[in-house]
Design a protein around this ligand. Structure first.
Ligand code: UD1
Length: 340
């Protein structure tokens, strides 16, 4: 029988790419999503790519009763990948309770059900935001967690603590937290990708929307950082590469290859790219000229962060493969496809 994996947030950006990769290696996928930041037709698109329509249940995992009813309906789950969460840093500052309730209660409900219904394996979406501005770069997994600069970031830190404590108390549970750097790009089919609601906060969707004419101009937030060209540096990781790491993490748990019951890994390329480098790479690889201007720094932004990926490379046997150029081309192809 195929192993069954619950993917929460499976119609979202990283979730949908991960569903496709799970199906490609033979997992039976069940998606739970409340569609608060995604659309139902993502299921059609997943089916177009993989030839398999994943099972889908629409409800809010904040609801404990509905969550329990779901686990009753699907008694053969082997593992869970938990993506479902809010992720807009600025919005979290305005609506902290909405963020704490959504991002923490869903996790607690899932953990409760994992113990009641004997589903031992969980992969959790964490973030490099837990490191703040690290003292040493590239940042390793043992770098200290720094006080979060936003409620969103805090939900990721608290979630990791909830996981650690719950796993300590329930040694039958096992978790891998994956700390993403900056996921960008889209599936090579251009059928799934990032679909920001309203004005994008993140750099790459803002770039592609500007290039296609939806936005007038990209603002570069700061050129006075202590970096080679003065703009801030991040580690941009291709979303398909990222999705593949989830498949490896799930197998590691199910095959009991994990060394501890709570493990965490950096998922990045190991290479920092500045905002100007991203713009230059986009213009060169797509042939599109980008209208941009430098403005002041954005509150809460760190100067530079990029991953030390050795632990993920060695332990998971995973490595990011796609270049920044080809990833930006995939984001551009997706954007063009969306606006056709
Ligand atoms: C942030 C969060 C991260 C979260 C991610 C997803 C922090 C430190 N990081 O990443 O945890 O997972 O959002 O929402 O909280 N930029 C511009 N102009 C723009 C947009 C961005 O110059 O219009 C610059 C930013 O200043 C930054 C870089 O581009 O230097 C990347 O920004 P963004 O894509 O928003 O991601 P982060 O802020 O790194």
């Amino acid at each position: 029988m195929k192993k069954q994996v619950l993917v929460t947030g499976g119609t979202g950006y990283i979730g949908s790419h991960t569903v496709v990769e799970l199906q490609a290696v033979g997992y039976d996928v069940v998606i739970v999503d409340n569609l608060s930041n995604s659309q139902l037709d993502v299921l059609d698109r997943i089916e177009q790519i993989s030839g398999i329509r994943p099972a889908f249940e629409q409800f809010d995992l904040v609801d404990q009763e509905k969550t329990e009813a779901f686990f009753q309906k699907y008694p053969n789950l082997n593992a869970i990948i938990h993506f479902a969460a809010f992720k807009a840093v600025g919005q979290s500052v305005d609506k902290p309770l909405m963020y704490y309730r959504n991002n923490l209660v869903t996790l607690m409900n899932l953990l409760e059900c994992m113990t009641i219904f004997n589903v031992p394996n969980l992969v959790f979406s964490s973030s490099c935001t837990v490191y703040g501005q690290p003292e040493k770069l590239p940042v390793t997994e043992d770098a200290p967690v720094q006080k979060a600069t936003s409620p969103y970031g805090n939900t990721k830190q608290i979630s990791e603590e909830i996981l650690q404590d719950t796993i300590f108390a329930n040694p039958e549970l096992k978790t891998i937290a994956l700390r993403y750097f900056n996921p960008i790009g889209a599936h090579p089919s251009a059928l799934i990708g990032e679909l920001p609601l309203g004005v994008p906060n993140n750099l790459v969707p803002f770039i592609t929307q500007t290039a296609i004419g939806l936005r007038q101009q990209l603002s570069v937030f700061g050129d006075d950082y202590n970096t080679p060209d003065g703009s801030a540096v991040r580690d941009y990781i291709n979303v398909v590469d990222l999705a593949k790491a989830h498949v490896i993490a799930i197998a590691r748990l199910m095959e009991n290859k994990n060394k501890k019951n709570f493990e965490y890994f950096n998922l990045g390329t190991g290479r920092g790219a500045s905002v100007f480098e991203v713009i230059e790479s986009f213009e060169r690889s797509t042939g599109q000229k980008l209208n941009y201007k430098v403005v002041g720094r954005r509150a809460g932004d760190v100067e530079q962060v990029y991953a030390d990926t050795r632990f993920a490379n060695e332990e998971l046997g995973w490595k990011a493969e796609k270049t920044l150029d080809e990833t930006l081309v995939s984001a551009w192809t997706w954007e063009k496809n969306l606006r056709k």
